[in-house]
Design a binder for this molecule. Structure first.
Ligand code: AMP
Length: 193
């Protein structure tokens, strides 16, 4: 079991690089954003609650989000054994604490945090471009600005938390997708030794 947190601002390439990680290491991928969008698509009660937060660029409350994540793990015991890529979770210190406790109870830990660094102007360009292609409701200028603010205020402090734990690997998230993945692979392989 080898668990990776892929960490970075909206638009930093977490989803794209997760695809490469899945293909290369065969790990189980949990994108909390995808889980929520699936609920919205299916019109579940949770989807109704989540859509107002997502459209507003705000985070789903910690207690609810932590519960959703643990449910996904409970529903996939075999996949969890392979190791998990956590994409979009944790986003707050409360979530990081919960993830640590959750994994400890399950006999695991966060083995490496891959932090993707991308300058703000490039993040905005990428998100606007993605909005045109994907039609995601939160990829519009107003919501993008709010999401970046939320990231700076609530999520980016986690970097120091994971640096202090000795598991943070800073990766330059600009350049070709392949060259970024080469740097990620080097960081992951270094931790797997
Ligand atoms: P993402 O697809 O990771 O960019 O997430 C899209 C939106 O889903 C975020 O802007 C939040 O509203 C919500 N979301 C996803 N993951 C989390 C999380 N770990 N905690 C709270 N809200 C989340």
């Amino acid at each position: 079991m080898f668990n990776i947190v892929i960490f970075g601002a909206p638009g930093s390439g977490k989803g794209t690089q997760s695809e490469y990680l899945i293909n290369h290491y065969g790990l189980f991928h949990i994108s909390t954003g995808d889980v929520l969008r699936d609920h919205i698509k299916r019109g579940t009660e949770l989807g109704k609650i989540a859509s107002s937060y997502i459209n507003d660029g705000k985070l789903i409350p910690d207690e609810l989000m932590i519960c959703i994540l643990e449910n996904v793990l409970d529903e996939h015991p075999e996949e969890e054994k392979k190791g998990v890529i956590f994409d979009g979770f944790p986003r707050t210190t409360e979530q990081a604490k919960a993830l640590k406790e959750m994994l400890e109870r399950r006999g695991g830990k966060v083995d490496v945090v891959i932090g993707l660094d991308v300058p703000e102007a490039e993040l905005i360009d990428r998100l606007i471009k993605r909005g045109k292609e994907s039609g995601r409701s939160d990829d519009n200028m107003e919501t993008i600005k709010k999401r970046l603010e939320v990231y700076h205020n609530q999520t980016s402090p986690l970097r120091d938390h994971y640096v202090a734990e000795g598991v943070y690997a800073a990766i330059n998230g600009t350049g070709s997708i392949e060259s970024i993945f080469d740097s990620i692979k080097a960081a992951v392989d270094n931790c797997r030794k």
